[in-house]
Write a protein that binds this ligand. Structure first.
Ligand SMILES: *Cc1c(COP(=O)(O)O)cnc(C)c1O
Length: 379
């Protein structure tokens, strides 16, 4: 890996690790289940198009997005896989999505009217009926599903491609909420089947359900975070090993200095050296997406594999670490998370959030660098 010359933080995205994670997750799937991977929010901060391309080459059957722009960017990049827009779409983007062959979410009669109005005569718009079985976010009530599905069947320019739901607590192994939601969903599917309505793609499982609730796999699973290397539940890895973080956030050391006992570091003097030590200044801060909440709490991986603590307040562009007696020089790169550093999930936990938030907050000014073995690039 060639290091860039400029002393700037870099997000290194290992597309080979991404492919390995897809393979590892496949090994957990119920027979016949396809995989849609969530690539919303710039593929959880990893970079939408390079990630989506890699996923499709790795055999992923579909992609999930949150916004019309994300869907259209994928089509513009030549990705012709099935794409599902997770949320309702209104206004001018709707027609563009329909023309681009994007599958749409259906939650009520208004969604259906709009989709039919936007549909072309020759290609029916593909709809996934979303049922709220307990997430309390989007979707029709279970009792309303049959009427909506019947209404779709009456429209020559609309087709019911799928029926789906989303779990609220699949990451809580002690909770029976997921099993309750699953039963509610199965009851809806049975009522649809009694009406002769059998949508081809029944889907429910996010990463946590994929790993912890195999009965929810149905025709397709919808993992996000696990594909990026952060399983939201403890699970038993298969023969290909545990999932690995795909994004390694690295920052350069731009300054080092010795400090004496009692000397303070950074805004508010929120840290004072308990004894003489060496402080290294990193070129990364909350303006790059490294949370200010990690002041005095963060930890980074040094080139020699040791860990060093963040000391004092995280600034917008800089963060200080106590490297003690470690051999650290200007120009060295530390692993802020991933690599020798802590996982984004472990850091997130220290500050009361989740890996998803850290990953999606890596700022646009942080360059993404992609690694893919040349021999695999074509395959
Ligand atoms: C983001 C999202 C997922 C993926 O969730 P993870 O917890 O990252 O696996 C699946 N389904 C929907 C509807 C989502 O919005």
């Amino acid at each position: 890996m060639d290091e860039p010359r400029a002393p700037v933080p870099v997000a290194e995205v290992d597309l080979d690790a991404l492919r390995r994670n897809v393979r590892r997750l496949r090994a957990h799937l119920a027979e016949g289940a396809a995989m849609l991977v969530a690539v919303k929010a710039d593929a959880y901060g990893h970079g939408l198009v390079p990630v989506a391309r890699t996923l499709v080459r790795a055999g992923v059957e579909a992609l999930g997005v949150a916004t019309p722009d994300e869907a259209l960017a994928l089509r513009r990049a030549g990705i012709d896989a099935r794409i599902l827009a997770f949320g309702p779409v209104y206004g001018p983007p709707l027609r563009r999505l329909v023309r681009a062959g994007i599958d749409l979410t259906l939650t009520d009669e208004n969604d259906l009217r709009r989709a039919v109005d936007a549909a072309e005569d020759d290609v029916p718009v593909q709809l996934h009926l979303k049922v709220d079985t307990g997430m309390g976010r989007l979707g029709c009530r279970p009792e309303a599903a049959v009427a909506l599905a019947r209404a779709v069947a009456l429209e020559p320019t609309a087709e019911l491609a799928g029926v789906w739901t989303h779990f609220a607590r699949a990451d809580e192994l002690a909770s029976d909420a997921t099993e309750g939601q699953r039963r509610t969903f199965e009851a809806v599917l049975a009522r649809l089947a009694a009406e002769g309505i059998r949508p081809r793609i029944r889907h429910a499982a996010n990463s946590a359900a994929l790993l912890a609730h195999p009965a929810t796999h149905l025709d397709m699973v919808r993992p996000g975070i696990a594909v990026y290397g952060y399983p939201p539940v403890t699970y038993a890895p298969g023969p290909e090993g545990p999932l690995e973080p795909v994004l390694r956030l690295r920052a350069p050391v731009v300054f080092t200095k010795r400090v004496q006992a009692g000397e303070a570091v950074s805004y508010g003097h929120a840290w004072r050296a308990p004894q003489a030590t060496t402080i290294a200044t990193l070129r990364i801060g909350y303006g790059d997406g490294y949370p200010r909440a990690l002041s005095n709490l963060g930890e980074v991986g040094l080139p020699d594999g040791r860990r060093a603590r963040v000391v004092g307040r995280v600034c917008m562009d800089q963060t200080m670490i106590d490297v003690g007696s470690a051999d650290v020089e200007v120009g060295d790169r530390v692993d802020v998370w991933g690599g020798h550093g802590p996982g984004a999930d472990a850091l997130a936990e220290r500050i009361g959030t989740i890996s998803y938030e850290l990953l999606t907050h890596v700022a646009p000014r942080v360059a993404r660098r992609y690694h893919l073995r040349r021999s695999d690039a074509a395959g």
